[in-house]
Design a binder for this molecule. Structure first.
Ligand SMILES: [Zn+2]
Length: 612
């Protein structure tokens, strides 16, 4: 009986679809990023054709079904009919099933049907992301292919996330990025099952969020007079005013766009430091020690910070009132990082406040500041998250911590039973070099390679199992000092963010070789989506491992799998017959190391050279 049903289903599948064009074959169900938790391959495949009906048993799934259709329409010029009655065979079925956890799904591809089961909309959405990655890479094309059928290999996938918080940050203050780019950014996040967009909106160098009560914040505060060229201490400026901001209408549009992709936007309003753009509009909110307050024109940390006086709290509370109206997120990021205490130490008001409140020092004053704002935000039904420094002087009672100063802040907060997101510098800092700084564009520091990011384990071993439960997730940080354009953001973020996304989603053992094999295929998807990722993946990375007069040891590595490195020491271009790199070697200062990666006798990637 069961076998008969399978035969019937197979026949139906073969009969469906007949328009012109080729059949594009997805060949490997194991090339998904982030890796699904459980994958079982099965023989055969399912062909998606223009006749394949879509069935949703809950209207909650309609949007995701619509997005699947949107992708098919773009890639092939046709989409699937939404069935009004339950199709007995041959369809793609979205089913609401009890007993699934948040974001969990089951995806079963059989010769006669595709079954997607989940307990919520996010689970179904992630099943579709997986399904698309089981299809041929051409399904990510925006140029319609002449395709009659998309062939999906049969498999049974049960999948759920390791962490509930899987974040990607973007600083839109040091440089400004328009809404269209942010939508693309969120699309690519969602493809990788990343579900939190941390939107950095206020800074010393510009205020980017329209606040109706204080229009000057964007009229004036969006602008800086000019911008430093090169590193923060270069002393050379471009002489060109720089600005940009988001209207509340744009914000609402982006929040909705993200929500449709199961991405929650977490806005960041910096306090008490990194506030110079706001203070340039309202100098009375500072400690008043300077003659002149102006939006910063270079990068770094500035002593001009919010003074904890009543009018400052009134201002911040007014801002928060509008922020909570705009962003439904349960969590509001209040910054809290890098607040120098220079001004507070000299300010009579701050010193009187420290005495009045019985505080020990300026660090406790900072804690008092954050706790007061937390109370206000909690009363609005929201929680706060802040960078490590909110631990200084005592953590606010309900605060979550985003651990960026290495792991220590995260460890300390978890031990105090506060929720923690691991975003440690430099391991998860995408503004650091990913390849040889000598041949890469200017970056913050490093290098922090793809492999370093992949291998970082976000749950510190020193925590007890109970404390480890407080690590709720991971986040990749994209600070944009040296990313003036969308293209540079994509170059720095991808493919390293693939590694962070996998650490956030996949709860199994790390497997670098397996990851690189999947990633190489995945790059084909990013190509079609127009993501300008860094291609250092295929290039040898030549490093001086040990530089002492006695040892000049060179190491060469390449991320691409199944590649061998060939090198020369006389400046000539390596061929497949040159020295094979097998282990670190010693050179002298006159020698030039020139290396390239080869696979099956053919060079992949660029030739790299280095002198010491
Ligand atoms: Zn003050």
């Amino acid at each position: 009986m069961r076998r008969a049903l399978v035969i019937m289903l197979s026949a139906a599948a073969l009969l469906s679809g007949c328009s012109g064009g080729k059949v594009l074959r997805g060949d490997n169900p194991f090339r998904i990023i982030p890796q699904p938790l459980h994958v079982t391959e099965a023989p055969g495949c399912f062909r998606i054709t223009s006749g394949t009906p879509l069935w949703v048993d809950d209207t909650l799934f309609l949007r995701t079904a619509g997005m699947l259709n949107g992708r098919l329409e773009k890639a092939a010029g046709w989409s699937l009919p939404i069935a009004e009655e339950f199709p007995q065979t041959g369809g793609i079925y979205f089913m609401m099933v009890d007993g699934f956890g948040p974001e969990e799904y089951n995806l079963r591809v059989q010769p006669g049907r595709i079954m997607i089961e989940s307990g919520d909309g996010a689970g179904a959405f992630y099943a579709v992301q997986t399904l698309l990655q089981m299809a041929p890479v051409e399904i990510f094309s925006d140029i319609p292919q002449r395709v009659r059928a998309w062939e999906i290999p049969c498999a049974d996938i049960n999948d759920k996330p390791r962490f509930k918080y899987r974040g990607m940050h973007l600083d839109c203050c040091l440089h400004f990025f328009d809404i269209d780019f942010l939508k693309k950014y969120i699309d690519i996040m969602a493809l990788h099952k990343v579900n939190r967009f941390h939107w950095h909106l206020t800074e010393d160098q510009g205020w980017r969020l329209e606040i109706k009560k204080y229009p000057i914040l964007t009229e004036k505060g969006q602008w800086r007079r000019e911008t430093v060229i090169g590193s923060l201490s270069s002393g050379i400026y471009d002489g060109t005013p720089y600005g940009g901001f988001y209207t509340q209408e744009q914000v609402r549009e982006l929040v909705e766009y993200a929500a449709e992709r199961h991405v929650t936007i977490i806005p960041e309003i910096e306090m008490p430091g990194h506030a110079l753009a706001a203070i340039s509009c309202f100098p009375e909110l500072s400690c008043g020690l300077e003659d002149h307050y102006e939006t910063a024109t270079r990068w770094g940390v500035f002593r001009q910070v919010f003074c904890p006086k009543e009018e400052t709290f009134k201002f911040l509370e007014d801002v928060i009132d509008e922020v909570v109206e705009l962003f439904p997120s349960e969590v509001i990021h209040i910054g809290g990082d890098e607040c120098p205490k220079t001004s507070w130490k000299q300010c009579p008001h701050c010193q009187a406040l420290i005495r009045k409140e019985g505080l020990k020092d300026e660090f406790e004053l900072q804690s008092w500041f954050i706790q007061r704002m937390e109370k206000y935000i909690n009363a609005k039904g929201r929680q706060i998250i802040g960078w490590d420094e909110i631990l200084q002087g005592g953590l606010a009672p309900n605060a979550k911590v985003m651990s960026w100063l290495g792991e220590e802040g995260g460890i300390k907060a978890a031990r105090q039973h506060h929720e923690v997101v691991m975003a440690p510098y430099p391991k998860y800092y995408l503004d650091y070099w990913q390849a040889d700084p000598d041949s890469e564009p200017l970056a913050m520091g490093g290098p922090t390679t793809l492999r370093t990011m992949y291998e970082y384990e976000p749950v510190p071993e020193v925590l007890t199992p109970q404390e480890q439960e407080y690590i709720i997730g991971v986040e990749g940080c994209v600070w944009t000092e040296y990313m003036p354009t969308p293209a540079r953001v994509e170059y720095m973020a991808w493919p390293r963010m693939c590694a962070i996304a996998e650490s956030g989603w996949y709860g199994g053992e790390k497997d670098w070789d397996g990851f690189t094999r999947r990633l190489e295929h995945h790059l084909g998807r990013l190509d079609r989506l127009g993501v300008g990722y860094c291609d250092a993946f295929f290039n040898p990375f030549i490093e001086l491992h040990k530089d002492t007069p006695a040892d000049k040891v060179v190491t060469v590595s390449v991320d691409a799998p199944d590649a061998e490195i060939r090198y020369t020491l006389d400046g000539s271009a390596p061929t497949e017959a040159s020295h094979l790199y097998e282990k670190p070697f010693v050179i002298n200062r006159q020698q030039v190391v020139t290396a390239a990666a080869f696979r099956d006798g053919k060079q992949i990637g660029q030739t790299k050279h280095k002198t010491f």
